[in-house]
Design a protein around this ligand. Structure first.
Ligand SMILES: [Zn+2]
Length: 182
C-alpha cells in the first residue's frame, strides 16, 4: 500500500514539499454509513525543527455517505486546507505520517451527513413526503413531477366528491333533534 514516507536524511533544512496520494485502503472504511471512494490526497510542506517534524498543508479524501434525511447516497470530498501536525523524532530515519493524516480526515467526518453538502448537491426530498412512491427517485424529476401533481389533484377532487355525498347521506338519515357536529 502506498503511504507517505518522509526521509529525514534527505530532508533539506528549509523543508520540502510533498504532494501525492495515499492508497484509499488506509481508511479501511466500507460500510453502509460511509464508503471511501478516492485516495487520500496530500499537498504538504515538511520541515524539521530539532526533534520535531512539522507538517503543514492540505489534505483531502472523498467518501460516499448516506443522507440522514432522504437516505440517498452521495459523494462528499472532505478537504482540510489548514492541516498541521508535529511528529516527535527519536532515532528514526524515516517518518510515516499517514496515520495522522487518516485520523485528521476521520475527525472531519460529518456527524449528520446531508446530501446538500455533496460535491454535486441534490435537492433533499424525504421519501415519505413524496407522492409518487411507485416511481424510483432516480428517474427524471422534471418529467415525473407534473404527472405526479395532477395525480394528487385528481385524487383530492375524488376525495372531495366522496365527502360531499357522504354529508348528504348523513343528513338524510339523521334524527331532526340531533345537532350536526361542527
Ligand atoms: Zn438528503
Amino acid at each position: 500500500m502506498k503511504r507517505l514516507i518522509i526521509d529525514l536524511e534527505s530532508l533539506p533544512e528549509e523543508g520540502k514539499n510533498f504532494s501525492g496520494k495515499i492508497d484509499r485502503d488506509l481508511f479501511g472504511i466500507d460500510s453502509d454509513e460511509a464508503k471511501v471512494v478516492d485516495d487520500l490526497h496530500y499537498d504538504l510542506h515538511a520541515q524539521r525543527f530539532g526533534n520535531e517534524l512539522f507538517l503543514q498543508g492540505k489534505i483531502s479524501a472523498a467518501f460516499e455517505f448516506c443522507c440522514v434525511r432522504c437516505l440517498n447516497r452521495f459523494v462528499q470530498t472532505l478537504v482540510i486546507d489548514d492541516f498541521s501536525t508535529s511528529i516527535r523524532i527519536d532515532d528514526q530515519w524515516v517518518i510515516d505520517p499517514s496515520d495522522q493524516l487518516r485520523e485528521e480526515i476521520l475527525l472531519d467526518f460529518p456527524a449528520y451527513p446531508h446530501c446538500e453538502d455533496a460535491d454535486e448537491p441534490s435537492t433533499c426530498v424525504i421519501p415519505n413526503m413524496h407522492f409518487g412512491v411507485d416511481k424510483s427517485p432516480s428517474s427524471g424529476v422534471n418529467s415525473s413531477a407534473p404527472t405526479g401533481e395532477s395525480g394528487v389533484w385528481d385524487a383530492l377532487d375524488a376525495l372531495g366528491g366522496i365527502s360531499k355525498s357522504d354529508k348528504k347521506d348523513q343528513k338524510s338519515w339523521q334524527l331532526p333533534n340531533v345537532e350536526p357536529p361542527k
